[in-house]
Design a protein. Structure first.
Length: 210
């Protein structure tokens, strides 16, 4: 089609009702919504009709859904159809003939009404009522139980105030240093730890018991 140019035909002007809103792909969604709400609330119009073709259909559906959320209890009726459009292409070089191409374009018409519409219509949708707020529940996080500390024993001053605990002697290991000491022992009765103060012999030992 490089040798042809499309002939722009003047679009026939059809009368538009006050409650009819024609959506185009270039128009701003916010402007359509504000105008539709003004018709329903300020001018007390009983119903409004959105009409769109081609790429503007998805925008029209989105606008209708937004309005139904802002103004509940609106009845909706949707009608889908198609229209045939014939485009004429004229040649740019001599020896060529004009070409006509017919294309089918989808159309949509959405009616929003405060009054009840025909429920038998295939495109009828019942009103959306205001949703009730969901109850909120508050949960308290359970704190983990605190571990019991070993009680302080005043009689064991030589052991730094902590009582020995564990199972009996037998096999044992010991670590010591100057000033403070730790002793670890294992035996047939179990396992134990002790802490003390003083001077203790250095080294590591393994013995038959504690």
């Amino acid at each position: 089609m490089d040798r042809y140019q499309k002939v722009e035909k003047p679009k026939p002007e059809s009368p538009t009702n006050e409650n009819e809103i024609r959506i185009t792909s270039q128009g701003a969604i916010r402007n359509y919504i504000n105008y539709a709400i003004a018709l329903l609330q300020d001018k007390r119009v009983k119903e409004i009709v959105f009409k769109a073709m081609g790429q503007a259909i998805s925008k029209t559906v989105a606008i209708a859904e937004i309005i139904k959320k802002r103004i509940p209890r609106l009845h909706q009726d949707t009608a889908i159809s198609s229209v045939s459009i014939t485009d004429v292409w004229e040649p740019m070089e001599e020896g060529l003939v004009p070409v006509e191409m017919t294309r089918h374009v989808s159309m949509i018409s959405i009616t929003l009404s405060t009054r009840e519409l025909n429920k038998n219509s295939a495109g009828y949708q019942a009103p959306h009522y205001a949703e009730q707020p969901m109850p909120q529940y508050h949960y308290q996080q359970r704190q983990p139980p605190k571990q019991a500390r070993i009680p302080y024993n005043a009689d064991n001053e030589d052991n730094g105030g902590y009582s020995n605990w564990g199972r009996g002697g037998g096999r044992g290991r010991s670590w010591s240093c100057r000033g403070t000491g730790y002793e670890r022992g294992r035996g047939g009765g179990g396992r134990g730890y002790s802490r003390g103060r003083g001077r203790m012999g250095g080294g590591r030992s393994r013995g038959g018991g504690h």
